[in-house]
Write a protein that binds this ligand. Sequence first.
Ligand code: NAD
Length: 344
Amino acid sequence: MKLAVFSTQPYDRTYLTQAIEAHNTSNPPTPLEPHFHALPLSPATTHLAAACPAICVFVNDDVSAPILTALHAAGVRLILLRCAGFNNVDIPTATALGVRVARMSAYSPESVAEFALALTLTLNRKTHRAFNRVREGNFALAGLEGFRMYGATVGLLGTGKIGLCAARIFKGFGCRVLGYDLFPTERFTELGGEYASLEEVLRVSDIVSLHCPLIDAGTRHIINAETLAMMKPGAMLVNTSRGGLIDTAAVITALKKKTLGSLAMDVYEMESSLFYVDHSGEILDDDVFGRLMTFPNVLICGHQAFFTKEALQEIADGTCQNFQDWVVGTKSPNVVVEGRAFGS
Ligand code: NAD
């Protein structure tokens, strides 16, 4: 069966090719035939899914209503997400069309939590700036001062799979860990975390790390002018979840007013036109992103928190498993939308 795989980089192809070969050996009646495309799914590339009952997409592929309608008309019945978040898929339209959508609901949450820690330590102790200074023979320390993590208060917005890993890690540093979640769990308190209201978490935390999903009517711009004003003056904000959780204009204002101490972001609201592509020879068109890059206390990465060998392996294997579950009609916790049966 043909599978159109969008937004693929060489590393995706390597891991997916190996996983698909193993899948085809174990499931000879339903072999997968991948067609890899470097281009993202967009109105201009929808035709690449022709004759493919299934497609595979990533975080910034456009799976909006018009595209879903075009895909359905072309015969697509299964959308395999190589990511946990599904904010880029129009779920009501997929449901109405009977197109099954399956995501990677759990793949190496430790990888993302560890990256949140990496950003926190880098931004705090400024090792990225020290690296450049030392290479130029500049051993001055002025401007590199950080704060001790031990005893600091870390606030986690979202205490799901990644938030729990972050809680374990920050507790290991001797931090006080607070959590805000609509659905509190015992596991978080067992790890030594303390639940509090959103306002309380923001008011007392030295570091606020975002680990909730992007939901239009729920968490979009959960960090906005009002909630930024609640934050402890000088606090650090870390976002490894989704760019849309932060109102970027409001965060720039808070940085300019020096009320927000520092910002680390692995994700950005308008990242789809920037990330995963080398734009180094081009003139940047995004003035908001350009402004963010001028702050010495802002650290930006290009949506790489997931990017470990283990996560890539789990994504590739899980994608094949999600495909096979669809073929045999298995119920799976990875299914976001239950589509029509295989072959219909
Ligand atoms: P999860 O579903 O296990 O946990 C999310 C938690 O957020 C849940 O406990 C949920 O109750 C909570 N939540 C939902 N709405 C909330 C709200 N309004 N306020 C507070 N909490 C709320 O998800 P996860 O596996 O921990 O992943 C979290 C997010 O991380 C994903 O949705 C995805 O967007 C992001 N992510 C980013 C990367 C990356 O590479 N940067 C990789 C994987 C996942």
